[in-house]
Structure formats: C-alpha cells, structure tokens
Design a protein around this ligand. Structure first.
Ligand SMILES: *[C@@H]1O[C@H](CO)[C@@H](O)[C@H](O)[C@H]1NC(C)=O
Ligand SMILES: *[C@@H]1O[C@H](CO)[C@@H](O)[C@H](O)[C@H]1NC(C)=O
Ligand SMILES: *[C@@H]1O[C@H](CO)[C@@H](O)[C@H](O)[C@H]1NC(C)=O
Ligand SMILES: *[C@@H]1O[C@H](CO)[C@@H](O)[C@H](O)[C@H]1NC(C)=O
Length: 457
C-alpha cells in the first residue's frame, strides 16, 4: 500500500508534465524555402500552402503546371478558382464574410490580395479565329510592399470540382534590389544566432576536454560521454547555421539539411541517454545498470529514432501538408513519453539514496548525493518545461518579426542546462562521493531526519 502511495506521489509531477506537453499542439514555423507541392484530385474549398513574413520589399513567384479538373460539368468557371494572400488576422473576418453570405468565395473579399485567377489559363482571343486549347500552366510574379506575414492559399469555389496541379512557390524579401533573402522576416538572424551558439558550444567542449585532461584521476566514463554530447550539439548547430544560410541565399538547403538531420538525430539520442545515465548514477555511483534502468534506455532510444523521423517529415512537408499534423502528433507523443521516461531513473536514484542514508550510517555523503540528485531532478523538469511549453508559448505570443527571440530563449535554456549538468557533475578531486569527517556526519544525520519529514517528491 505504502509503495503504491509513494508511486502515485512520484508520478504527480510526471503527469502534470505530460498534460502540459500535450497542450502544445502546433508550433509556429517560419521556413520560407522554395516549396513544391502536388495537389491531387482535391475538392477542398481552401488549400493553404505556406507562410512568409515580408519586410518592406519582397516578392512572390508562383509556377503552376499540370492543371486538370475532374467531375466538372461543362465549362468550369475559372474565375472562381485562384491563389490569394491573406494575413492571419484577416482570415477570420474573411470566413465571417463567407458565413454571412456577403460573398460566396474568398477571392471576392477585399481583405485578401489575389495573386492570380485561373482564367489566365484561357488564351487571349486571337484574330485568326482558330481555337487554341486551354493552357495547363501559368506563371505569376508579384511585388509585395506590405510588411506583414502572409499565408499563400488556394481557393476552389466551384462545388465538387476536383483539381490536380503541381505548384512551385517562392516567397522572398529584397533587402537589396538584386539580392533575394528566402528566410522569412524574423528568421533572417538565425544563421548568425546558430553560428554564435556553435562557438559557445565549441569553447565549452574545449574547456571540458581540458578539465578531463587535467583531472584524469577523478574522471569517470560518463565524463567522456558528456564531452561527446557537447561536441555533437556543436556540430548540430554548425549544420543548422549552414542550412539556414543556404536557404536564405538560394531557397534550398543543398544537402546541409541532411547533415543537420544526422547530427540532430545523434544529439537527440545521446542527450536523452546522458540524462538517463546521470540519473541512474552510472559509472560514478555504480559501475552497472539495473534491469529497469536498462529498460528505460531501451525504450527511450527507439522512441528518439521515431521522434527524429517525425521531425524530418515535419520540416520537409511544410506546415499545411496533409501529413504534417499527423507527424506533429507522433512527434509530440513520443517527445512527451521520452521526457517523462528520463525522469524515472532520477526518482529511483533519489529513493535508493534515501534508503541507503538510513541504513549504512554514512549520512553526510548520502545527503550530499541526495541534494545533488534532487537539484538535477528539478533542473531536468524545468529544462523540459521551458524548452517545450515555454518556447512554444513565446513563439505564439510574439510577432512573426521577433521569431528569432523564441529560438534564442530555447537555446539559452539548453546552454544553461548543459552548463549546470557539467558543473554539478564535473570531475572534482573533492567530489561529494568521498568521505567526510564525523562532525559533518552528525549534522547530516540530523538533517536527513528533518528532511525525511519535510521532503515529498
Ligand atoms: C455583410 O452583411 C451584414 C449583414 O447582412 C452587414 O451588416 C455587413 O455590413 C455586410 N458586410 C459587407 C462587407 O458587405
Ligand atoms: C516589380 O518591381 C520591379 C522593380 O522594382 C519591376 O521591374 C517589376 O516590373 C515589378 N513587377 C511587377 C509585377 O509589378
Ligand atoms: C498592402 O499595401 C497596400 C498599399 O501599399 C494596401 O492598399 C493594401 O491594403 C495592403 N494589403 C494588405 C492585405 O494589408
Ligand atoms: C518559375 O519558372 C521560371 C521559368 O521557368 C523560373 O525562372 C523560376 O525560377 C520558377 N520559379 C519557381 C519558384 O520555381
């Protein structure tokens, strides 16, 4: 009975975390690449394509090809099909206009900017009187001077008409008349931010390697593993900086995205493994892993594989593709499970240490370890909360123009977490695992007694 009560108690923060994480439904994105989309026999009234934040001067290029219709009776009213731009603020008002039946098609609203109707597929009448077949493709280029975030959408106001087409769209800003910047306003600073962070982690890795070299006698295997995690994080940032800067200049990633995904994958797996290993006290409290701890690892690693596959699918498909929501849900589910799973080993370690403190008489040593693990537990929870929920909330609250600031907030929290972990578990000659004299011992035994009454995990 007591066991179950304590399990329920230790599960409470986990449950709260799971709930909070599952609230995070859709994270705002701001890629802004040249996108290719296939629309296959789609009868949707509205098909959204992509978002882009324009700053003062920008443009839109749209190449549509292979247009064909199915289920159409006779002539299609081509002017009731078309592409348009709309801001997120205006969109609810457009829907209201349609609902109030002031207009019958989103293309008629004065709140949207029409990019092109489909009647441009009809060739201009020619004097010779020869019938020319309807074209299946068209191109549009548009200058945009509104500094706002637009969504590119397609409206199909002919009931039951199924449309197929290939769409290639590019939206860009023009910081100089001759230079296109394909990153959305607000994401333009990302290459620089990732580069600076790369240097921060690279210095961190060098400093850590120097510490390991100087204190070889106090180094455990976990410390080398921590070095590997920092190096992977640095490489991941380097690839992300290159990836974003290539996208900004050319509209596509030229393979840097592949390297980025590889390092993201390795970094994700190694970071979660590290949190589990530190949580179990592996190599500095005990040289082996218990079966249940191995089971956590064996669950977390494959889940991270799934999370990374989902992440690639999310990034590559764009925010409005049909699969996007599915992959997003897969990713969130897996992420929640991983985040909760990594907390269990820490909880188990804390429980073991409290029991050991009561029985083996080395209260002082155990109290220090206990404090260390409790701090670690709290910091891991804060890190997970902030990088999942906090950054998401920030990203939604701020204007698209300051999108980079939510990235900075998340990355700084991550950096703080790395530094905290490195500092608390650094190889030290006087580390908490060494013996302490008798006075400390008595004081600690007293503290533990008080602590048992007060502490509730
Ligand atoms: C739409 O219709 C409502 C009620 O019929 C009217 O009050 C409103 O002014 C109309 N809006 C426009 C834009 O015509
Ligand atoms: C867009 O602007 C450029 C120069 O700023 C001009 O040459 C071009 O004709 C404009 N295009 C359209 C479609 O207005
Ligand atoms: C864009 O700017 C033009 C003037 O430059 C304005 O007439 C138009 O209403 C703006 N469109 C939107 C959707 O804000
Ligand atoms: C659209 O087609 C033109 C001509 O083929 C090409 O120069 C342009 O890069 C294309 N734009 C996009 C976004 O694919």
């Amino acid at each position: 009975m007591e066991n179950m009560a304590s399990m329920a108690r230790s599960a409470r923060p986990l449950l709260g975390l799971a709930l909070a994480l599952s609230l995070v439904a859709v994270v705002p994105s701001a890629s802004g690449e040249i996108r290719e989309m296939e629309v296959r026999s789609d009868a949707r009234f509205i098909i959204p394509f992509d978002d882009f934040g324009f700053s003062r001067r920008g443009g839109l290029e749209l190449n549509v090809s292979g247009v064909s219709f199915a289920d159409s009776e006779g002539d299609v009213a081509l002017s009731r099909l078309g592409f348009f731009l709309c801001t997120r603020d205006a969109w609810p008002r457009v829907l209201r206009q349609i609902h109030d039946q002031n207009i019958t098609c989103a293309l008629q609203s004065e709140l949207v900017r029409v990019v092109s109707y489909f009647d441009r597929l009809v060739p201009p009448p020619n004097p010779s009187g020869v019938d020319v077949a309807r074209s299946t493709s068209f191109r549009v280029a548009l200058n945009i001077t509104n500094s706002t975030q637009f969504t590119l959408l397609f409206a199909n106001c002919v009931p039951h008409l199924r449309v197929s087409m290939s769409v290639r769209s590019a939206m860009f800003n023009l910081p100089e008349p001759s230079r296109r910047a394909y990153l959305s306003a607000g994401a333009g600073a990302l290459p620089l931010i990732y580069s600076v962070l790369f240097f921060a982690y690279a210095s961190f890795a060098v400093a850590w390697a120097a510490i390991l070299f100087r204190r070889q006698s106090a180094v455990f295997r976990i410390h080398y593993f921590m070095l590997a995690v920092v190096v992977l994080k640095a490489l991941n940032l380097l690839c992300e900086a290159e990836d974003k800067s290539y996208i900004d200049r050319t509209g596509s990633a030229h393979g840097w995205d592949v390297l980025f995904y590889i390092f993201s994958f390795l970094k994700g797996i190694s970071l979660f493994t590290l949190i589990v290993l530190i949580g179990t006290g592996w190599s500095f409290l005990k040289p082996y892993l218990q079966d249940r701890e191995k089971r956590v690892l064996l669950a977390v690693i494959p889940l991270q594989v799934v999370a990374n596959i989902a992440q690639v699918a999310i990034d590559e498909s764009g925010p409005y593709s049909v699969d996007w929501v599915t992959w997003k849900q897969v990713f969130l589910l897996v992420d929640v499970v991983c985040c909760c799973a990594v907390l269990f080993p820490i909880v188990w370690s804390i429980k073991n240490l409290r029991e050991a403190a009561r029985t083996d008489g080395k209260a002082a040593v155990n109290l220090m370890k206990l404090t260390l693990f409790r701090h670690y537990y709290i910091v891991v929870i804060c890190y997970i909360y902030f990088t999942r929920v906090g950054v998401y909330a920030l990203g939604n609250l701020i204007s698209y123009r300051y999108l980079w600031s939510s990235v900075v907030a998340g990355e700084l929290a991550t950096l703080a977490f790395y530094v905290f972990t490195g500092y608390k578990f650094r190889p030290a000659a006087h580390n908490p695992y060494l013996a302490i004299d008798d006075d400390d011992e008595e004081a600690a035994a007293e503290a533990l007694k008080l602590d048992d009454d007060a502490f509730e995990l």
